[in-house]
Design a protein around this ligand. Structure first.
Ligand code: NAI
Length: 457
């Protein structure tokens, strides 16, 4: 069967590419071997948010005293929260299926393998059928990194070491949870399991948590979670995982922490093997498919979107990359920009970031000014956050007077950071930004307040 576009992989990059291509009238085939929605919908972004919301309600019920709310005995039913999470996932997977149908996309649920090229295009097989596509969009995603640390493989096979996939379906709350890697997945899972009763220890190789996040914000996040009872071991190198714990080296000494379960969250790697990519000779670098700004690979007509190109492993990046690929297939020139992609850590408080941090701006030799404000400048924040210690940080280019970056830690940072992303993306001048009107009272107003601390020129 011949198609204008074949999309390999049904995660956010793949399903949105298929949807947009189908909507534009291109005959489109989407091939997915596991579950529509990919990691994001089935074992990542969405299920973690469903669980974190249950934990947040539990926290609010237990800690409402300062707001005049005292509850009786509050209990938490992890199994019920997991069942609700599964229901949320099922609903949304059904939504994607409906979207594919509405946009006339054919879905092949099976393993797709690239077999070669003919005059008509690229050939693939799935479920015993052969398909040919004039264009191919690769959206095969990423897998968790399992490092060659002694005990990791054995622990994973025994169900003692978990990745994001298994931990989201754990049928109980472990007493001692050790999390290796204090990045986004590690911190979100630390937040959930801390709220619902585990003692959580985060072992992180670097001297700070939350990877590239602004250093002050990382420190505030760490302090918040230490207060809640999470233990952080920084500058710590894991050397082995035994049947009952994790051994790491720090300050030249070996330490062992007992664990009932270990979560491994030290990053993800693009999936480029096992589906015949080599038959096309697509160029890869450090395990990722190389793409241009039009999302095309080294092979004309073959595009790569989402985690597989290793550029920014975020679902919302994949969405936009998918649109860029489809627009170029349609002959509409479109390019991908990576400078204003917001990122969020869904802890409580949340962390929202966009653009340059002080570290990255300095490394690029940019001349910039920084304003840091406590979130207390927002009336709404004070009304709703007893004892909150959130901050906002904005970076302005000294010469162009345009916003370079914005970073914040507060409970609704995920929703607020969007406005800052628009400011960075559209490169509006400071004087114009100051004319924007924000609703009052909102936590978002803090951005306006931050901008007014800076002179127009
Ligand atoms: P990550 O890259 O965010 O964090 C990994 C952490 O592990 C880093 O801090 C790193 O220094 C540390 N590390 C590496 N090797 C280590 C070792 N041997 N011992 C101790 N620490 C070690 O990766 P993570 O959390 O696995 O997430 C994977 C991807 O999924 C990321 O690209 C992330 O952006 C994405 N994601 C995004 C979410 C969001 O947008 N809210 C939520 C979850 C995942």
């Amino acid at each position: 069967m011949n198609y204008d576009v074949i999309v390999l992989g049904g995660g956010p990059g793949g399903y949105l590419a298929a949807e947009r291509a189908g909507h534009a009238g291109l005959s489109t085939l989407l091939i997915e071997k596991r579950a529509l929605g990919g990691v994001c919908l089935n074992e990542g972004c969405i299920p973690s948010k469903a669980l974190l919301y249950s934990a947040k309600l539990y926290d609010y019920a237990r800690h409402g005293d300062a707001y005049g709310v005292t509850c009786g005995a509050v209990t938490y039913d992890h199994a019920k929260a997991v069942a609700r999470k599964d229901k949320v996932v099922k609903t949304l997977v059904g939504g994607i299926r409906a979207q594919m149908k509405a946009n006339h996309v054919t879905v092949a649920e099976g393993e797709g393998v690239i077999t070669g090229r003919t005059a008509d295009g690229i050939t693939l097989t799935a479920n015993g059928e052969t398909y040919t596509g004039k264009h191919l969009i690769l959206a095969t995603g990423s897998l968790p990194v399992l490092p060659p640390i002694p005990g990791v493989r054995e622990g994973y096979e025994a169900g003692f070491v978990l990745t994001n996939r298994e931990i989201l379906s754990l049928d109980h709350v472990p007493g001692e949870l050790v999390i290796v890697g204090g990045g986004v997945i590690g911190l979100e899972m630390a937040s959930y399991f801390n709220s619902v009763g585990s003692h959580v220890t985060v072992v992180e190789m670097l001297n700070k948590i939350a990877g590239p996040t602004d250093r002050d914000i990382s420190a505030i996040l760490q302090k918040n979670y230490e207060k809640k009872g999470v233990t952080f071991c920084l500058s710590a190198k894991v050397t082995g995982i035994g049947t009952d714990g994790v051994t790491y080296e720090a300050d030249g000494k070996a330490h062992t922490i007992p664990a009932d379960k270990v979560l491994l969250s030290i990053g993800r790697r693009p999936v480029t093997e096992g589906y015949g990519l080599e038959t096309l000779g697509v160029h890869t670098e450090r395990g990722a498919i190389v793409t241009g700004r039009d999302m095309q690979t080294s092979i004309p007509g073959v595009y790569a979107v989402g985690d597989v190109n290793g550029k920014s492993m975020l679902a919302h990046t994949a969405y936009r990359e998918a649109e860029v690929a489809v627009n170029n297939i349609l002959g509409k020139r479109d390019v991908m920009r990576y400078s204003a992609i917001p990122s969020v850590i869904y802890t409580n408080p949340e962390v929202g970031s966009v653009g340059e941090t002080e570290e990255t701006a300095a490394a690029k030799g940019l001349a910039f000014e920084t304003v840091t404000l406590p979130m207390q400048y927002s009336g709404r924040y004070v009304a709703e956050n007893e004892g909150g210690d959130g901050i906002l940080k904005v970076l302005l280019d000294k010469k162009t007077r345009r916003l370079l970056g914005c970073h914040m830690i507060c409970p609704t940072a995920s929703e607020i950071i969007v406005s800052a992303s628009i400011m960075v993306e559209t490169q509006m001048r400071l004087s114009d930004l100051k004319e924007l009107i924000f609703p009052h009272p909102t936590a978002c107003e803090i951005i306006r307040e931050g901008l007014f601390q800076l002179p127009d020129c």
